[in-house]
Design a protein around this ligand. Structure first.
Ligand SMILES: Nc1ncnc2c1ncn2[C@@H]1O[C@H](COP(=O)(O)OP(=O)(O)OP(=O)(O)O)[C@@H](O)[C@H]1O
Ligand SMILES: [Mg+2]
Length: 272
């Protein structure tokens, strides 16, 4: 018996209008296909502008793709109307790069985390409070931080709030777009380790977007390398890192080596 992947992306196409009056349209994502199983991490890597975030927003249906299929948990998302999509959204949640920008500056942490519950019609404030306390604990934050505003948190704490908020509706897939790139290097591994712990505990699947191969090679099960809107190589993380087939992957690896030595020296990134 073959089990269907949790997420199946086929021939994804995202064309952005050119910037400037006579600029040609940009095929930011040009025929991307991949599968992601429940509980698995696929890292999507590649240099700036190769189309990683465009892929993420098309998978999340934040920006409808121009062509292609996005099948999630047996449902084709590209043909769903907005009300139907709203019902799916709690299950497939984004976490973005800028931890402060993803939170409303005037919402206290506990309200920021509870907001999606209220949007989805929760009327039971006591139950919401209990759920928020549970989530703060799950992401390794002290309950007292619930009273703070985003600017009273560190970047790492703020990103943990963003993760708690993404978890509130019981997702099965997180689309993590450079979740640690904006953080101080000293707190990056803590957040990455939190993500692997959460994956083990909750069985989450991750589409982990990153431009830094050194950061993801220990946390991803599989790696897909993207260049100019296309996937040039993909496979098990170890295979891609130890025996890269594509010259571009070799370039990325050479570039990543310095950063990787750093991570190893820190001994803070858990190796799967
Ligand atoms: N809203 C937009 N309008 C026009 N062009 C866009 C838009 N968003 C992205 N692009 C272009 O599409 C291409 C892919 O951009 P995208 O943001 O997906 O890349 P990325 O891999 O996420 O890059 P980075 O690592 O810098 O985040 C780039 O050439 C970019 O300039
Ligand atoms: Mg991006």
């Amino acid at each position: 018996m073959t089990t269907e992947p949790l997420l199946s992306v086929r021939d994804l196409l995202v064309v952005h209008p050119g910037r400037g009056r006579r600029a040609a349209p940009v095929r930011a994502v040009d025929g991307v296909s991949f599968d992601l199983a429940a509980g698995e991490t696929l890292a999507l890597i590649g240099e700036s502008g190769c189309g990683k975030s465009s892929t993420a927003s098309a998978v999340l249906q934040l920006r409808r793709p121009d062509a292609g299929r996005v099948r999630f948990d047996g449902q084709e998302l590209t043909t769903l109307d907005e009300p139907a999509l709203r019902r799916v959204r709690p299950l497939i949640q984004p976490v973005f790069q800028d931890p402060y920008g993803s939170l409303s500056p005037r919402l206290r942490v506990r309200d920021a985390i509870a907001e999606p519950l209220r949007v989805h019609g929760s009327r039971d404030r006591a139950e919401d409070r209990r759920r928020v306390a549970e989530l703060l604990d799950l992401v390794g934050l002290d309950a007292a931080l619930g009273d703070r505003l985003p600017h009273e948190l560190s970047g790492g704490q703020c990103q943990r709030v963003g993760i708690a908020r993404a978890l509130v509706g019981g997702p099965r897939l997180l689309v993590l777009d450079e979740p640690v790139s904006a953080l101080d290097p000293s707190v990056r591994s803590g957040v990455l380790n939190l993500l692997t712990d959460l994956q083990d505990r909750l069985g989450l699947a991750y589409l982990l977007i990153c431009h830094d191969l050194a950061l993801v090679r220990h946390v991803a099960h599989r790696i897909a390398v993207m260049r100019s809107g296309r996937i040039v190589e993909s496979g098990p993380a170890r295979g891609v890192c130890e025996d890269p087939a594509d010259p571009y992957t070799r370039e990325l690896l050479a570039y990543a080596r310095t950063g990787d030595r750093q991570a190893q020296a820190d001994r803070r990134v858990k190796v799967r």
